[in-house]
Design a protein around this ligand. Structure first.
Ligand code: PHE
Length: 466
């Protein structure tokens, strides 16, 4: 299960049940925007609850609508476009690396950078155009933020692949905010940022480096069937060359960012829109001095020919990748908690200011130093689920917690499940860890928030507190 946020950054390996469904999964596990200025503020129109305003547009609500006020506030913040922000710094290093290594004639950059597409997309863009099946779990409202049945907040930047290919781009990087309903912990946040890279080739472009033998090489070979290593109809040389181009591009990027001595490995993966597919894992040492661990850094693969055919490009082949910026930034700058990227605390932002100055060296090393550490305050909440317990989704509870406790909640985990032997009712116990980044929370403060959460779980999720 690919999770481009950092699910294994701090723990050795999360039990599978904690991993939300995303767009792909690993095959054989080796060790296991903006639409421009916002005219009107984003808001849920609570008065009628029939519509909501987002990015200056009004959307009718329906039975799929599940956006919360907290998420709405965060839509289109454009952290990656704010000079001085660590995600801006990382984006600019990545783009800088591509521009320095991939050029057209007269040193023009090969990759077009698109960083301002609206995160509001259709199910067609987010799923269908990428061959994601109609019954795929990643479409469920428990995993996606829907504005209504016809609009959602993109779950990945791949949502724009087809549009940009149809517009005629043959090499591009899309940078943007993406949204996934998820658990809460130090390395998961329902909004994060991705960089998507796509490059497609004509026959001449693909074999341009092969000089003498270029004439004898063919992009397609209709006699070839689909195997684990290649798509049906791709010639052996196409499969090999695309894989090589893709992997060397991404290895080059990882080395440029993390240093040439970085240890990495490729793990076979599955995505509906690429085949074959891989994840790149990078080795990192635990900050506590513990054993080194492998962390997945990106997903990628050879673009499904059916997708290119659908975009009117049957005589092109290509590759694509998607990486999670927060995950890379946490690793690169030693940022211990994903929520820090949303901090407006000048003491946090100041640590990244120097390389972001106009004219400064973007690549000067930056290591985040924690400003201060305040103690955590854990509290448990147990409740009985409503009789029809299938209607309860953990993600609804996580959203409820987040919308009440905001940044004060550090982690929510399910610590106990119990089914009553007589009446069959199900009881869950969650541990909520409260912690402030600004001060020591008193237990009374945490208790007040905790009580509010309990009350609102009763009214909104029809649970019964034990
Ligand atoms: N969109 C995928 C994800 O977010 C990543 C990906 C992008 C994989 C492009 C392959 C190609 O999980």
């Amino acid at each position: 299960c690919l999770l481009l946020q950092s699910c294994r950054l701090h723990s050795k390996r999360l039990p599978l049940s904690r991993l939300p469904v995303i767009y792909g999964h690993r095959l054989a596990s080796t060790d296991s925007g903006s639409s421009g200025g916002n005219a009107a503020p984003n808001r849920l129109n609570n008065a009628s609850a029939k519509s909501l305003f987002l990015c200056g547009q009004e959307f009718e609500s329906d039975d799929y609508t599940n956006l919360t006020d907290r998420i709405i506030e965060q839509v289109n913040c454009g952290l990656h476009r704010q000079r001085g922000h660590p995600l801006w710094l990382l984006t600019n290093r990545i783009v800088g690396h591509f521009n320095a290594n991939y050029t057209r004639s007269r040193s023009r950059p090969l990759f077009t950078v698109v960083d301002n597409l609206s995160p509001i997309v259709t199910p067609e863009q987010n799923f269908d155009s990428l061959l994601i099946p109609a019954d795929h779990p990643s479409r469920r409202p428990s995993d996606v933020y829907y504005l209504n049945r016809g609009r959602l907040l993109r779950g990945h930047t791949s949502a724009h692949q087809c549009d940009l290919l149809r517009q005629g781009l043959d090499a591009f990087l899309v940078v943007g905010d993406v949204y996934r309903r998820d658990e809460i912990d130090r390395s998961h946040f329902p909004v994060f940022h991705q960089v998507e890279g796509v490059r497609i080739y004509s026959q001449e472009q693909l074999f341009a480096g092969a000089k003498d033998s270029a004439d004898s090489l063919r992009m397609f070979d209709r006699s070839r069937n689909r195997t684990d290593e290649q798509q049906a109809g791709h010639s052996v040389e196409t499969s090999k060359l695309l894989e090589h181009e893709l992997k060397s591009c991404l290895e080059g990027l990882a080395r440029r960012l993390f240093g040439s001595s970085i240890a990495y490995r490729w793990v076979p993966a599955y995505f509906p829109f690429t085949h074959p597919s891989w994840e790149l894992e990078v080795r990192h040492s635990q900050s506590d001095g513990g054993e080194a661990d492998w962390m997945e850094m990106l997903g990628c693969g050879i673009v499904e020919q059916r997708l290119l055919d659908g975009c009117g490009l049957p005589n092109r082949t290509g590759w694509a990748f998607g990486l999670g910026l927060e995950r890379w930034a946490m690793q690169l700058f030693s940022v211990p908690d994903i929520r820090l990227f949303w901090s407006k605390d000048p003491a946090f932002l100041a640590q990244f200011a120097q390389p972001c100055q106009p004219g400064a060296d973007l690549w000067q090393p930056v290591q985040y130093k924690p400003i201060s550490v305040y103690p955590p305050c854990p509290m448990d909440l147990s409740f009985w689920l409503p009789a029809a317990d299938a209607s309860f989704h953990s993600n609804d509870f996580y959203d409820l917690v987040r919308s009440i406790a905001g940044d004060l909640v550090e982690q929510v985990s399910l610590i106990d499940e119990f089914r009553h032997p007589k009446d069959g009712r199900m009881s869950l116990c969650y541990r909520i860890v409260y912690r402030s980044h600004e001060r020591t929370l008193t237990s009374e403060e945490a208790r007040t928030v905790h009580d509010q959460i309990a009350k609102s779980a009763v009214t909104r999720l029809a649970v019964q507190i034990r």
